[in-house]
Design a protein around this ligand. Structure first.
Ligand code: ARG
Ligand code: ZN
Length: 876
């Protein structure tokens, strides 16, 4: 059944108060609920009570203490409907559920020996009958009963208010959450967990207990998450004026989790991969991800929990805004330019691909079958870009005023995107009418820019055309309001003061940066008093989530790379240069010639190595665009050509710049103990970038050096980088040795083993599929654990393009088989894992044919809603 935004109606009943009692047993947990309902005045009188429920066994049912007879209610697979109810009443029910056999990891389930929950978006209905929709907000009191020995720790939302001993070695704890919340923010955890404790004093002087609960062996891996949490709490006070509200904030790490983490009120539940880190077990990337995710979940306490979504079509209201908040936080904690480069790279590869594929949807979708399918890069990352555009249009002070107004006005409410934008519009006077199309129109806008310099009048013309391609569900696209931040560089590389005489822009005349407001399908902006033909620096800081093309010459790109005052565009100019060079090589490759790397690129990279750029930026600039990003530049992706040419290019660069790379390596050696701060992360990244270039030379000396690093590193960043270099090199003997040793060293640590699976899944050698298949029988692998599935199957199908798209079609068949099996256990993971097969439009006829065959084969089976929705969109 398809659900439409236009059909939204307020709930017929509101829940004033909810009391829950859980009697926990692995296979037969009893859940008692007492819910105080009141008819909603916003709806007509006499409506029946309709509650959601799935996989529940109803034990008893009563209204105002009277048991409800069979003829007064209707029970179906997903609903309980009671036909005649008064305007106010107490609803009580008891149900039985089976957490141990809940492999969907939604609702109440088991992870190892603990009980935990995941209720967003619609998992609460797997716990008990309830109006499971975000616009029904209530206060919850939760009593958890369990065996004292096996589950000494019993947690739920809010504050502990009671506890005690019961018969049969059982005990209970009662939790009360005073804040009204939708059911998706409910959480419960029970297990034999150990505590890392700290505290935070809020800006108004209140003391908040901070608790991270983990399995005993992980106690030494919580410091970084705790530090990140305290930094996030401080940052939200300083930047948004937001203070934490409860007296306690808990984080629990669980091994089996569908997503990254969940912002349940006062009790965040995290995928262990997003909390646990120690220098010797986690990479720099993991440290930074933890910092970002901990902050993200914390920030949700205001953007998501205090102010929540009216319905799930508004998901980006909380996710886009919260991603924007966590991105700004990470930028402040680390190197802001590097953070922006990373975020934009991800958007341009993965989100742009989603926007161009069969599951393309707007930031605010208007229909869905299964909302779980919409926790996407579009909702999160493009949603964040939309908020970033709003923030940039307002400037920091007005944006803060707008967010203050939004939080104040809607505290305790479930609201819409319009409410957010209205607050921003009110404080600024800006008209967002046209801008709202960013929320409703899917697809990545394409900007085609051309210029003209008039030496007579000393005027410079920039003509920008915008076009949003049609997407699966939307044929007609209207022009968007697109902020194009622009600078003009003179021949010395300096920014020219900008005097605009035609076209709308923010900023002052004479500023060197102006935000051009593109509103029409085509518009010309004219700048006055430009002494010589300039080089335009367009879309500075990536001011809008669009594709931009401008006929840059190599000379112009080199000029921007060297001089642009905008760090992001300096990097981007280098990437454009590399894309051009690689595309030329791919054409040669395709026509059977031997591809050669443009010497202009070699010289540009030589210049980089001799420049005074910071190690972190230098590492970014030296990195060639990923295969996935290169593929995005084509209508039909030349998979083999891209892979081969990128390898040749890397080797050519290594040969030409060997001594520069060696010097770079020697000058950035680190000293002292491991620190995951921006400087050291930048240096490690630069060193490993240089080393991996040198590794392409395949000399015994470099291999030995990498082997030494593999053996002697005091941190996982360097060990893992070395492992990857060894395993991905052509030297099979070394690869085998390194993998064996690594496994010996880390087989007890599931998160480290995820990396071990991943590095093999991404191996470019043609034995990759055979290995992946073999590894699925490894004792450390399990199809039931999402992290394992992502590390092995996900990494192979999503990141090992050259093998996944092998012309025998074996990998397509493999993925379809895995997805069919997985759909029986965990539909959410199955419907995500299938993504690479849904992108057949971008491949040649032979591959398209094979991919479609597999999709059709899947379509024949009995599918979950999740997988059905994706498959039906992806079928030709
Ligand atoms: N709200 C969570 C976050 O972004 C995501 C959880 C969604 N989970 C799911 N199974 N759909 O922080
Ligand atoms: Zn979120």
């Amino acid at each position: 059944p398809v659900i439409y935004l236009k059909d939204y109606l307020p709930p017929a009943f509101l829940a004033d108060k909810v009391e829950l009692t859980f009697d926990l047993y692995p296979n037969q947990t009893r859940v008692k609920s007492a819910i105080y309902f009141t008819r909603n005045e916003k709806r007509e009188s006499g409506l029946p009570l309709e509650l959601h429920g799935a996989d529940l066994k109803l034990i008893s049912l009563s209204l105002d203490g009277q048991s409800v007879s069979d003829d007064r209610y209707v029970l179906s697979d997903d609903q309980l409907v009671i036909t005649e109810v008064p305007d106010r009443f107490l609803f009580e029910a008891e149900v039985e559920i089976d957490p141990a056999n809940n492999t969907s990891l939604e609702g109440l389930y088991r992870s190892n020996t603990m009980f935990c929950t995941q209720c967003e978006a619609e998992g609460f209905r797997k716990i008990t009958y309830y109006p499971d929709r975000p616009d029904v907000m209530s206060s919850f009191t939760t009593t958890v009963i369990a065996d004292k020995t096996e589950y000494p720790v019993l947690l739920s939302n809010g504050n502990p208010v009671d506890k005690g001993e019961l018969d049969n070695n059982r005990h209970f704890v009662t939790w009360q959450d005073p804040f009204h919340k939708p059911a998706y923010l409910f959480a419960l955890v029970a297990g034999d967990l150990k505590l890392v404790k700290d505290s935070f004093t809020t800006m108004s002087g209140r003391e908040v207990a901070l608790e991270i609960w983990v399995e005993p062996e992980n106690l030494s891996k919580c410091d970084h998450a705790m530090l990140s949490l305290k930094n996030a709490m401080k940052w939200d006070e300083e930047v948004y004026g937001r203070e934490y509200d409860l007296d306690i904030y808990m984080i629990v790490a669980v091994n089996d989790f569908n997503m990254g983490a969940m912002e349940n009120k006062g009790l965040n539940i995290f995928n262990s991969s997003c909390v646990l880190a120690r220098a010797d077990t986690a990479t720099d990337m993991a440290f930074q991800r933890i910092e970002g995710v901990v902050a993200h979940e914390y920030f949700h306490n205001w953007s998501g929990n205090r102010v929540t979504c009216r319905d799930w079509f508004q998901l980006s209201l909380k996710e886009g805004f919260t991603v924007y908040r966590d991105q700004c936080f990470s930028a402040d904690m680390n190197d802001a330019a590097v953070k922006r480069i990373e975020d934009v790279s991800m958007l341009r590869t993965a989100q742009f691909a989603e926007d161009a594929g069969p599951t393309a949807h707007p930031v605010r979708p208007d229909h869905f079958i299964e909302i779980s399918n919409f926790y996407t890069l579009t909702i999160y990352e493009k949603g964040s870009e939309v908020v970033r555009m709003i923030a940039n249009l307002l400037g920091p002070d007005l944006f803060r005023k707008g967010s203050d107004l939004y939080f104040e006005r809607h505290d305790g409410q479930a609201v819409t995107v319009e409410d957010f934008v209205a607050a921003m519009s009110e404080v600024s006077g800006i008209d967002f009418e046209q801008f709202m199309r960013w929320y409703s129109q899917a697809g990545t806008p394409q900007l085609d820019v051309s210029d003209h310099y008039d030496a007579e009048t000393k005027q410079y013309h920039l003509t920008i055309r915008q076009m949003t391609p049609v997407t699966k569900d939307q044929q007609d696209k209207l022009p968007l309001h697109i902020p194009v931040k622009t600078g003009l560089l003179n021949t010395d590389g300096q920014d020219i003061p900008l005097i605009l005489v035609q076209g709308e822009a923010s900023g002052q005349q004479g500023d060197t940066d102006r935000v051009l407001h593109l509103r029409e399908a085509e518009q010309t902006f004219i700048f006055d008093q430009i002494p010589d033909a300039p080089v335009p620096s367009l879309l500075r800081g990536f001011s809008a989530p669009v594709k931009l093309s401008f006929p840059y010459s190599q000379q112009q790109l080199l000029h921007l790379m060297r001089h642009d005052s905008d760090g992001f565009n300096r990097w981007d100019a280098g990437q454009r240069l590399a894309v051009d060079a690689l595309q030329t090589m791919v054409s040669e490759f395709e026509s059977g010639r031997v591809p050669e790397l443009d010497s202009g690129l070699v010289e540009a990279w030589r210049n980089l190595l001799g420049s005074d750029l910071s190690p972190a930026i230098l590492a970014e600039m030296l990195s060639l665009p990923e295969e996935a990003y290169l593929g995005e530049q084509y209508d039909v992706i030349p998979v083999d050509g891209i892979h081969a040419c990128r390898r040749i290019a890397r080797k050519t660069l290594a040969q030409a710049l060997e001594s520069e790379l060696r010097t770079c390596l020697e000058t950035h050696q680190l000293s002292g103990p491991y620190k995951p701060d921006a400087d050291d992360i930048g240096k490690r990244r630069l060193n490993n970038t240089c080393l991996s270039y040198l590794m392409t030379l395949e000399t015994a000396e470099i291999t030995e050096r990498v082997w030494q690093q593999f053996n002697q590193a005091d941190n996982m960043t360097d060990q893992q980088a070395a492992l990857t270099m060894l395993v991905h090199s052509g030297q099979d003997e070394k690869a085998r040795e390194a993998l064996e040793q690594f496994e010996q060293q880390w087989q007890q640590d599931a998160l480290v083993m995820d990396m071990w699976f991943q590095v093999q899944a991404r191996r470019p050698q043609p034995d990759a599929l055979a290995r992946v298949k073999a590894l699925m029988s490894h004792p450390g692998f399990s199809l039931k654990n999402p992290n394992k599935v992502r590390s092995l199957v996900g990494a192979y199908c999503g990141q090992n393009r050259v093998n996944f798209h092998g012309l025998d079609g074996h990998s397509y068949r493999f993925l379809a088989d895995v997805v069919l099996e997985l759909d029986q256990m965990n539909p959410q993971i199955a419907s995500r894992l299938i993504t690479p097969l849904t992108r057949w439009q971008k491949f040649d006829a032979k591959r398209q044919q094979m991919m479609q065959t597999e999709l059709q084969r899947i379509a024949q089976a009995e599918l979950s809603n999740d997988l059905y929705e994706v498959i039906s969109k992806a079928l030709p």
